[in-house]
Design a protein around this ligand. Structure first.
Ligand code: MN
Length: 253
């Protein structure tokens, strides 16, 4: 059997320890190509760069730094840099969880979404970073999850991409739990300060307060010490609203 081919990206940048650990773990069973942002791009979501050029720099054999966003990296990676169609796009390991509503802000998950939109099975990995992280163990777990996904690719619905969150002290034998996307409780904050010229400026984003304790959700599983694995989909039509709006006669107007 030929070795699987995996395109790897992230949003923390091409030098991030999580990316390097992931690459090393995946390289034990797969051929890898890294295309990752040259700088930190966290919370950049799914932006792509259409109004300026992108640059690629080879950092090492099989490691390209891209001047763009995580989604740009996967776009250029899949449409230009790969030598054959990858079996998997893998993003991470992010420095910090991407659970619940974080998923909509996440550059890590967006890189996986881009792979998914280009018809490659895609997996995102993120690790709790509020305590010291067991990164090597996390990478080994990530490699095992990727092998599981590769082995079951045919059985999995094509519309699924996989979002994985790991506890900080994850070990190779930490049990896996299937979860649903939960609900974050943010401490939403705007801090106003003054610049040296007396004009106001703002910092947004407060401390994370936590997540709603909904059984079976991603945050609950990770905080109970499990590896959380959530299949996601991108089709966003709200079917209940479609039914209500139909009943209210919207499309007869
Ligand atoms: Mn990040």
């Amino acid at each position: 059997m030929t070795r699987p081919y995996i395109l790897i990206s992230n949003d923390d940048g091409v030098d991030a320890p999580g990316l390097l650990a992931l690459r090393d773990a995946l390289a034990t069973f797969a051929d890898t190509l890294v295309v990752a942002p040259e700088s930190q791009q966290s919370a950049g979501s799914h932006a792509i760069t259409l109004h300026k050029p992108l640059r690629l720099k080879e950092r090492a054999p099989g490691v390209l730094a891209c001047s763009g966003t995580p989604a740009d990296c996967v776009y250029v990676g899949l449409q230009h840099a790969v030598t054959r169609k990858p079996d998997l796009v893998v993003s991470g390991i992010n420095d910090g969880l991407n659970i619940a509503d974080d998923i909509t802000y996440s550059g890590t998950v967006a890189a996986a979404m881009e792979g998914h939109l280009m018809d490659v099975r895609s997996v995102a990995f993120s690790q709790d970073h509020r305590r010291p992280v067991a990164l090597e163990a996390a990478a080994k777990v990530a490699a095992k999850v990727c092998q599981w996904v590769l082995a079951h690719h045919e059985a999995l619905p094509p519309e699924a991409l996989i979002n994985v969150n790991l506890p900080s002290d994850v070990a190779e034998d930490t049990p896996w739990r299937l979860t649903r996307q939960g609900i974050r409780e943010y401490h939403r904050q705007v801090r106003e300060h003054r610049d040296p010229r007396g004009r106001p400026y703002y910092w947004i984003g407060g401390a994370h307060l936590g997540y709603r304790e909904v059984p079976g959700t991603d945050g609950v599983a990770v905080h109970a010490g499990f590896v959380s694995i959530t299949p996601l989909q991108l089709r966003m039509t709200c079917d209940p609203a479609l039914d209500v709006m139909k009943r209210l006669g919207l499309d007869e107007a």
